[in-house]
Design a protein around this ligand. Structure first.
Ligand code: MG
Length: 252
């Protein structure tokens, strides 16, 4: 009798579109990732082992740049970064594309203003697609500008806002658009978004970079860009920011 290698699967089953057999034991194993931990009201969680940590509260935004490429002027204390109005947006030095973006934010506990004037900021993926940050707890505004919206395009499916002063989580699964060599759009951007663990965008087909009061359209742009956080003048806080590129099945 010949010695047989223990098999993890099958080689005598039908072939899938991927070229692998159903239950194929020779198919590449998924890369191992050690999951992170969930955040609590008081304490940010840990990022998954393969994430790029962009801010964990232990340095003064070293992965980020502010106005004109200078060091960010936002306040950093007690493990969070807080918008200092008028100092400008901040964006990451490193650029990312199709990825899972995790951002936690907290709008001011002291409620001031209404509509778009209450706890306004924003998370811009690829430097140009805004997922709105706003205090929408018992504070209605135009629906496509509500927290969880693709700003100016798609309202969130539900309003899953926590109260002002409470930490909230954004998990944005973003698929970058694809352009042909001639600059034409081959595939639009898509986003699936969870706000506080609740689905607010489900594979939403994005119309183009987000805009204010105007229609948008795609124009060729790089498939990677900075993650940008908005200075809208309100003292919104951020913590526990990380990104992990979304890979492909079988590493292909
Ligand atoms: Mg905004």
């Amino acid at each position: 009798m010949s010695e047989q290698k223990p098999s993890l699967g099958y080689q005598d089953t039908p072939v899938l579109p991927s070229g692998y057999h159903v239950h194929d034991g020779e198919r590449p194993q998924p890369p191992v990732v050690t999951p992170g931990t969930a955040s609590t009201a008081d304490k940010p969680g840990a990022a998954p082992s393969d994430a790029t940590v962009l801010f964990d509260g232990t340095d003064h935004l070293s992965h980020w740049r502010g106005k004109d490429g200078a060091a960010p002027q936002w306040k950093v204390e007690n493990g969070y970064a807080e918008v200092v109005g008028g100092t400008g947006d901040i964006k990451t030095i490193e650029e990312f594309g199709t990825a899972q973006y995790h951002v936690e934010f907290c709008t001011p506990a002291e409620v001031k203003g209404s509509g778009q004037g209450r706890g306004n900021s924003g998370v811009f993926v690829l430097d140009r697609y805004e997922f709105q940050v706003l205090d929408n707890y018992q504070n209605p505004t135009y629906p496509d500008g509500t927290v969880g919206s693709v700003y100016g395009q798609f309202p969130p499916l539900v309003n899953a806002a926590r109260k002002p002063g409470e930490w909230q989580t954004y998990d944005i699964l973003f698929t970058a658009p694809v352009f042909g060599e001639d600059g034409t759009l081959k595939s639009p951007a898509f986003a699936t978004v969870l706000l506080n663990g609740v689905v607010v965008q489900n594979h939403t087909q994005i119309l183009g970079p987000t805009t204010h009061k105007t229609l948008t359209e795609y124009k060729q742009h790089p498939t990677k860009g900075s993650l940008r956080l908005q200075d809208h003048g309100d003292k919104v806080r951020f913590r526990n920011i990380w990104v992990r590129p979304i890979g492909t099945h079988d590493g292909k």
